[in-house]
Ligand binder design. Sequence first.
Ligand code: SDX
Length: 433
Amino acid sequence: MPNDAVLKLEGKDYSLPTIVGSEGEKAIDVRNLRAQTGFITYDDGFANTGSCLSDITFIDGDAGILRYRGYPIEQLAEQSSFVEVAYLIINGHLPNPTQRRRFGDLLREHSPVHSDMAHLFEGFPIGSHPMAILSALLNSLGCYYPHLATNRPQEDLANFEEAAAIAISKVRTIAAMSYRKSRGLPYIFPKRSLPYCENFLHMMFSMPYEDYVPTPEVASALNLFLLLHADHEQNCSTSTVRMVASSGANLFASTAAGVCALWGPLHGGANMAVIEMLASIHAEGDDGSKFIENAKSGKGGNRLMGFGHRVYRNYDPRAKIIKASFDKALASLGIKDDPLLAIARRLEEAALKDDYFVSRKLYPNVDFYSGLIMRAIGIPQNMFTVMFAIGRMPGWIAHWKEVASNPKNKIYRPRQVYVGPTKRDFVPLEKRG
Ligand code: SDX
């Protein structure tokens, strides 16, 4: 075929079909490579490997483009809301007024958790990381709603709308409950009258004697944070969700696995690591230049957290949007001279002029500023990645659905190149040196 790739291997020519996506992305289809040639491909970290065809999110890393179902992130950030974007990502189109109302009603209906779930928090030692709690309790939803977690994809898909609403709504309640438990505070019941973000902040910060009412700017800062995190194609945690979903596992088990993958400091854990990095720079009285030199040398494993990205070789559009909205949110919170923000700005300015970062195309990613917004809102640092998980839930759900509803779904089972010991015979214990 005219557009086939031709592979020369051991003196033979092999023709491999190619695929071109709707945005012009090109791929060599190697699904029959091993059968044809006996060779597999090797690509640790999968930087050059497409695991699937997907119609959810498009990223152009060189141009700094991000679109959910074709809609530019800049327009959604400006004109939409997290809940509406969650609907878009899961269903593939923006909701009409009836669909939007129904979705909101479903989220409100499912905001409380089963009262027995409160006992699950008792089993965690004080100081347990909220990501460990979140993953465990998300998975437990399959025990409270077994009809939604049959592990028979066709049955689980038949009840998908309910399962999706439960996951999006209850992930927020579970997060707030883990915060209240960690502070020895009574759980605050969700209010049906409150929108998604306001209800979360109510469950986090209200007291039995006084409701917490966020300023509109704080609520919109949280709304923007969640919207910007809603999906990001085949990132580490979403690929994990797809991997688990490919075995036929239910939505709750798959997203619980996504939480675990997101936790790592190279991924969603970076928003916590950025604040730790800024705080340590501040504590040492460093203006950031010493840290940058260390980060360049890789000394002590120091990386400039919140910088760099596997796909973006340009500014992460989400970082730009968060940074632009930042001043409004801080002003509404009455925060003027945040020393960590000043250090972040100095680090960014210095790194963007430094050849080490420029030559490696390392720019601020979504995590560089997002932790500062969370900190300004009053979210505790060990919950920053939990907030990322709440935002990413719609994306994980959409990708679970894309795998579960694919009639040609194949279980994810990568190959490897074995480099261990060749065949050798067993040596009885008494004969071992
Ligand atoms: C997220 O995939 C997604 O879409 C993720 C995400 C999403 O929405 O789901 O966008 C969210 O995870 C954002 C990334 C958050 N992580 C961090 O901010 C941690 C710091 N950044 C890095 O560790 C790193 O940049 C990664 C993990 C993000 C990307 O790593 P890659 O693509 O595997 O790049 P690499 O590790 O191979 O680095 C290439 C070079 C190396 O130097 P050399 O070997 O060429 O000398 O760049 C250097 C690295 O040492 N480098 C850095 C650096 N990131 C890469 N050097 C200093 N500081 C950094 N942050």
